[in-house]
Design a protein around this ligand. Structure first.
Ligand SMILES: NC(=O)c1ccc[n+]([C@@H]2O[C@H](COP(=O)([O-])OP(=O)(O)OC[C@H]3O[C@@H](n4cnc5c(N)ncnc54)[C@H](OP(=O)(O)O)[C@@H]3O)[C@@H](O)[C@H]2O)c1
Length: 302
């Protein structure tokens, strides 16, 4: 693992505070999902501290409000249960009603490695929550994106663990086969492809979309892992994993750092451009995923 700094001047050990140091974000409005826990919670804290108005989404407004109450700065709590399209659309409507152009949308919320197949509206739950929920949210808010608005999609290096064929378009229910890690990988591959295809569609508008791997951080994300593996992770975390501040850095960098202006359709890790898997660079797969996601979004809303 390369722990030095890359061309951006930041690297593995840079924190969310580092990448926003000296920035005055007053007047900016940023929508963030998964604001009540882990790296999302740190993202909320740091962006609000730098002066941004953060619209903090969580599964319930109570969770979002508790997260907002714990930080200093201007925040608005909204409910957004990503596995329920009605909740996602209500969240989008609430954000639109605020009447403030969005300088960034950070698609951060996620679930990982559910031990058994879970389904939402007939689709495998990680794909539905991590990808379809964010797809509906972002596509409902495209008209609210500011002129240079940035969509930041939190993926993972685990997108490399997607099934050999990439997105299993003929098995999005998970009924034919299911593996906790391959299906998590598929959902994170969908995050990369979504950002890439969105970047293509936003080309020429000044608006951008990028995806990222935040690093490996001990958070509540491991809640579905077996207790022994979780305990080992917890003991080893300070030595081998990123801190929560370091984990939140790349998404904060992409959302607000001036050096990223105009950069779109890229995948980042450790606050520097990186290379996704070959599936993550597959334009045809990205285009097909967009088409299928639109169909699913329409179907689950009908
Ligand atoms: N931690 C890592 O090592 C790591 C590595 C690579 C990528 N990532 C990615 O980083 C992102 C943040 O993860 P984290 O590590 O900060 O995990 P975390 O502490 O578990 O936070 C995940 C957040 O997502 C929310 N969430 C889960 N399901 C949701 C749903 N159905 N609707 C709305 N919100 C939902 C959670 O809400 P509740 O608290 O209410 O469940 C929580 O706020 C995820 O996308 C993850 O895939 C993390």
């Amino acid at each position: 693992m390369f722990k030095g700094k890359g061309p951006s001047g930041f690297g593995y050990g840079s924190s969310a505070e580092d990448v926003t140091n000296g920035l005055d974000l007053a007047g900016r409005t940023i929508l963030l999902t998964g604001s009540n826990s882990g790296i999302g919670n740190e993202t909320l804290r740091v962006l609000a501290k730098r002066g941004s108005h953060v619209i903090a989404a969580a599964r319930t407004v109570q969770k979002a409000q508790a997260a907002c109450d714990a930080v200093v700065g201007e925040t608005t709590a909204v409910a957004c249960e990503l596995s329920e399209p009605a909740s996602v659309r209500a969240c989008a409507a609430e954000v639109i009603a605020l009447g403030r152009p969005l300088d960034a949308i950070i698609c951060n919320a996620g679930i990982m490695a559910l031990p058994k197949l879970n389904q939402q509206h007939g689709y495998e739950a990680q794909f539905f929550t991590n990808h379809i929920g964010h797809f509906i949210l972002v596509t409902s808010l495209l008209d609210s994106l500011a002129d240079k608005g940035r969509v930041v999609v939190v993926s993972s290096s685990a997108h490399n663990n997607a099934p050999p064929e990439g997105i299993q378009f003929d098995n999005l229910s998970g009924d034919r086969e299911y593996s906790p890690w391959a299906n998590y990988g598929q959902s994170k591959l969908a995050n990369v492809l979504f950002a890439n295809e969105l970047a293509k569609r936003l080309a020429g508008t000044g608006k951008t979309a990028n995806s990222l791997h935040p690093g490996v951080i001990h958070t509540n994300l491991s809640r579905s892992m077996n207790p022994i593996a979780r305990a080992a992770l917890s003991i080893g975390a300070p030595l081998v994993l990123k801190s929560v501040g370091e984990g939140a850095a790349t998404q904060c960098y992409l959302a607000v750092n001036p050096s990223v202006e105009g950069i779109s359709g890229k995948y980042f890790a450790d606050c520097n451009e990186s290379r996704p898997s070959s599936h993550g660079r597959d334009e045809a797969m990205a285009a097909k995923l967009w088409e299928v996601s639109e169909q699913i979004a329409a179907e689950v809303t009908a």
